[in-house]
Design a protein around this ligand. Sequence first.
Ligand SMILES: Nc1ncnc2c1ncn2[C@@H]1O[C@H](COP(=O)(O)OP(=O)(O)OP(=O)(O)O)[C@@H](O)[C@H]1O
Ligand SMILES: [Mg+2]
Length: 361
Amino acid sequence: MNATTMHTDTRGPIEGLIGVSDVMQDVYELTRLAARSSASVLLLGETGTGKELIASALHQLSDRASGPFVRVNCGALTESLLDSELFGHVKGSFTDAIRDRTGRFEAAHGGTIFLDEINSTSSTLQVKLLRVLQEREFERVGDTRTIQVDVRVVAASNCDLSKEVTEGNFREDLFWRLNVLPVYLPPLRRRGRDIELLVRHFLRVYSLANDRQIDVIHPDALSALLAYSWPGNVRELQNYIERAIVLCQGDQLVPELLPDAVIGDSKAAQTAVFRPTDDQSLIREFVYSRLSKAEEKAQDLHKQIVEPVEKELLQQILQSCNQTQTKAATRLGINRNTLYKKMVEYGLAKTNGKSSSESNS
Ligand SMILES: Nc1ncnc2c1ncn2[C@@H]1O[C@H](COP(=O)(O)OP(=O)(O)OP(=O)(O)O)[C@@H](O)[C@H]1O
Ligand SMILES: [Mg+2]
């Protein structure tokens, strides 16, 4: 395969996703490359931007595709329910535990687990998740036996997770563990003509579903749709088109079929509800720059993507801890020996010819 076909293969649209804008091509490319490794992926982006679709594509495109894809909405359950949902429990471990129960991590063995709304997890669960990510092992609630699993973790957050870290609501070590490969889904308002492609796509889908044929878009409707700020992104667009099809009398999508918000407010300020912080953009750009290199050689993705990111993160954390290894190890949630091994591996262990493990503790 030559470099050009590879490039096209990696950037072309992914099945089930509509959009050809440059920002979405970046997403497709990153998704395809990430699918080839087992590293954790963190999906970021406003509500309705397609994080769940990408999570499922990551699984389908990976060599785990024949294994299970298990989705858990961490925001929908209380702490203790989520605990036993994720890790399972043994009979009698709490009042309602009338029989042993397999958790979702076990159910996802050999496949992918998608932890949606990861930002909603309590600090106790964050500690447990960190351990699964690091050691791939856990215990069922109320049990002492350790269970080992082979699971690829994909997590999603629709709020700025690094801000949650700064505010003390989310563990920094878990954040870095999840954030090995961040994929940022751009808001719809930044996708240019993809808006029109999506409108046409949903016109087809809902015309078919409602036994109608509405395939013409009035120019005023189109310009309003293109100018609107789409705070609810693709989900909001999908919803408006479905409603318009139901209300439509003729064969044309006219402005009157669209909500006042779109028509009246289409020139409203394009407010960003959520933007990645500089840190996240920085890491993302770093990953992208590595990816183009990885693409050239298409070999040993772990070496080319995961290791450089990990090295960069180690350097950042070590720097923020004044090179003190015990502090850095605690922040990373790994023990000092593991940290030191990694530092040696990445050539970070020596400073001025002197081992930094000797100079720091
Ligand atoms: N590029 C796309 N092409 C076609 N449909 C899309 C695209 N992106 C999103 N959708 C559709 O929009 C809806 C919302 O997408 P999805 O559930 O993946 O968003 P999300 O980012 O997970 O949102 P939330 O943060 O609210 O959970 C779904 O019905 C999905 O099928
Ligand atoms: Mg979602």
